[in-house]
Design a protein around this ligand. Structure first.
Ligand SMILES: Cc1ncc(COP(=O)(O)O)c(C=O)c1O
Length: 424
């Protein structure tokens, strides 16, 4: 059993920046291993970046909104984890250090400090941990929206038994107008918890306007950036966010099993999660069953042993993203998206994604007469897309090219019977 292991003997400075991460899960070894690779994508631009994703040798991959494609650096990092396990048996000092490297890498990506980042297993576990720390006696309201991913609704609805009062900002067609929030955020609202980009139509919320509204009414703002993070700059300080959640597996190009939660520094020590565990303690390896001492950092929202293989994957993936830079990725994705939207418009297709660049992210959707069939026939042609709510989802990343966009448009041309046009 992991938790039965002896306390560690290593000095603190071997285990990353975060206090409390002293010791290990088991016996110690000298585990000096090569650094998880830092690849850069920018040097030779898109072509060099794309080369690192073998799937493009066979497929047109347009489904990063479901899962980012696997790159050779991520594969090598997973292999490095396996080697470390083979060679050292249980090198938990190294594995915990990798976790701290990942925390720092994510923090840098969003302009936060590592202290303000919790590394969790999923967005759902991050939200549940936060939810368990909220006290609904003073302010009971939680506002989310029709456009949020279902798990967000589920987490907050489950808080009703603890006194939360949940309301949903209403969509108007393919938009979530600011006044839908204005109507329901009030002096009783503790938290506005909503999405950045909507998973089922690609609409992008105006985060600055939401922050202003929430704060003006004394509420906190949490943004779920799962459908945008990795494709545009994200500065939590400039946006004045209180919380941000996202996961590694989509546009951050990692594997399932790792997610992140940013918590504004001033809020961390005011929040004591009822959902806790040893990795959320001040000293993880104190092995003190009798006392609960939360870490002073956002990692107080963590619980059990970290998902180490996924941490290795995410670390290489985030370094890949950082090597290109989010602003460069945003520009590329915006150009490709405009190309797709122009092509769809030219064909008279029924787009359900707003057309203005400010209102959309890396995901565009067109209505289909039979979306699962359309996804299947495109897949037969080697074009991988996805579907939600009766529409085709096409998502774009830095590894995609104008040829990919043209390929999916040509694929749509071959199946007019499965499309819905604006004339229908
Ligand atoms: C916007 C958004 N939030 C949350 C999730 C799910 O989060 P998790 O499975 O990490 O709890 C998804 C998954 O598709 C998503 O698109």
């Amino acid at each position: 059993m992991l938790g039965d292991a002896k306390p560690g003997h290593l000095p603190n400075d071997r285990l990353g920046e975060q206090p409390g991460l002293v010791g290990d899960h088991g016996a110690r070894h000298d585990t000096r291993m090569p650094e998880v690779s830092r690849q850069t994508g920018q040097a030779n631009g898109v072509a060099a970046f794309r080369k690192q994703f073998p799937i493009f040798e066979q497929k047109v991959y347009l489904s990063s909104c479901s899962q980012g494609a696997l790159s050779t650096p991520v594969e090598a990092s997973l292999q490095e984890f396996i080697e470390s396990w083979h060679t050292h048996g249980n090198p938990w000092e190294t594995w915990v250090r990798r976790m701290e490297e990942l925390r720092a890498e994510f923090a840098a990506l969003i302009n936060a400090s590592a202290d303000e980042v919790a590394v969790t297993f999923s967005v759902s576990t991050a939200l549940n941990s936060l939810a368990s720390a909220l006290d609904y006696r003073e302010r009971s309201g939680v506002v989310t929206s029709d456009f949020d991913f279902p798990t967000v609704g589920h987490v907050w609805l489950a808080q009703q038994r603890r006194g939360a009062r949940v309301s949903f900002a209403k969509a108007d067609g393919n938009r979530l107008p600011l006044n839908s929030f204005e109507e329901i955020v009030d002096q009783q609202t503790a938290l506005v918890s909503t999405t950045h980009v909507c998973y089922k139509n690609g609409f992008k919320n105006n985060v600055s306007a939401l922050a202003e509204l929430a704060h003006e009414r004394g509420a906190y703002l949490l943004i779920d950036a799962y459908q945008s993070m990795g494709t545009q700059p994200m500065d939590v300080k400039a946006l004045d966010l209180d919380f941000l959640v996202t996961g590694a597996l989509k546009y951050l190009l990692g594997s399932p099993g790792v997610a992140f939660m940013y918590v504004r520094r001033e809020l961390i020590e005011r929040l004591e999660p009822a959902d806790s565990g040893w990795f959320g303690q001040e000293n993880v390896f104190a092995y003190d069953v009798h006392h609960l001492r939360y870490a002073a950092q956002a990692r107080r929202f963590e619980t059990g042993s970290p998902p180490v293989p996924n941490v290795y994957a995410a670390l290489a993936a985030l370094r890949l993203i950082a090597g290109v830079g989010l602003a460069t990725i945003e520009e590329h994705v915006r150009e490709l998206m405009s190309r797709f939207i122009a092509g769809a418009r030219q064909r008279g297709l029924h787009l359900i994604t707003p057309e203005e660049p400010a209102d959309r992210g890396p995901l565009a959707m067109v209505k289909s007469a039979d979306a699962p069939k359309l996804v299947a026939v495109l897949a037969k042609d080697g074009i991988l897309c996805s579907t939600r709510d009766g529409a085709l989802r096409v998502s774009l990343h830095y590894y995609n090219t104008a040829e990919d966009v043209d390929a999916v448009l040509a694929g749509l041309d071959r199946h007019p019977e499965l499309l819905v046009t604006t004339a229908d």
